[in-house]
Design a protein around this ligand. Structure first.
Ligand SMILES: Cc1cc2nc3c(=O)[nH]c(=O)nc-3n(C[C@H](O)[C@H](O)[C@H](O)COP(=O)(O)O)c2cc1C
Length: 201
């Protein structure tokens, strides 16, 4: 049985354009893998991930036997997020662009899953990611057009972060021009839908 983890990062909850494209992909995936287990993690709207602060980061770095009850709860929350990633062979990420970057709650999620000694190890040859053997499909939605230009720092950042924790097999599907005109929106969504059909084939 394949496990798919869908991560939604839109502040518009399931109604976000990125979540809807991710939903379309997941529906096509389910059609091909009827016995697949699908886990949905909404990091921004339904179940926002809190920002990392000194207390939370201190919980990660404290020795397990020295952790307070609050620190144990923080680590248990992070462990649960990581466990979902470990379970999944396929990860689908709905990725809106907000103010040229990723949603701040997605950054907070990344801050909770990047754990030294857990999801990556520092070695003499540099950091080695531990979450290997996964396929990631990212649905990147934007009001304007950025893909393939130097303005698209979002793609590079997400690729680098995922590679850091071991996920090198990452495919981006873009829906761009969504806020410019009805025509550009339609064209952007049609292009993404065609990509979904290609990926599902
Ligand atoms: C707070 C906010 C900031 C945004 N910033 C950008 C931006 O920097 N560049 C851009 O092209 N579109 C921007 N947009 C438009 C979104 O990328 C676009 O509406 C996209 O569909 C959002 O995905 P979602 O519907 O899944 O939330 C922004 C939208 C919001 C709400």
């Amino acid at each position: 049985m394949t496990t798919l983890l869908q991560i939604n990062a839109s502040l518009n909850n399931g109604g976000g354009q990125s979540s809807q494209l991710a939903n379309q992909f997941v529906a096509a995936f389910r059609a091909r893998h009827p016995d697949a287990k699908v886990i949905v993690r909404d990091v921004a709207a339904a179940d926002p991930v809190p920002h990392l602060d000194a207390e939370r980061f201190g919980a990660f770095t404290a020795k397990p036997e020295a952790r307070s009850a609050r620190q144990r709860a923080v680590v248990a929350y992070s462990d649960a997020l990581i466990d979902e990633l470990r379970q999944a062979e396929v990860i689908v990420l709905g990725l809106p662009m907000y103010n040229f970057g990723v949603p701040s709650q997605l950054k907070a999620y990344f801050d909770h899953i990047a754990r030294a000694g857990v999801t990556f190890n520092y070695t003499e040859k540099g950091p080695v990611g531990q979450l290997t053997g996964k396929k990631v499909v990212v649905f990147a939605t934007r009001g304007g057009w950025y893909a393939g230009t130097p303005m698209d720092t979002q793609t590079r950042y997400v690729r680098d972060f995922l590679a850091f924790i071991g996920m090198g097999d990452v495919e981006f599907v873009y829906a761009e021009g969504l806020a410019v005109s009805p025509q550009s929106r339609e064209a952007g969504l049609a292009k993404a839908a065609a990509e979904i059909a290609r990926l599902a084939a």
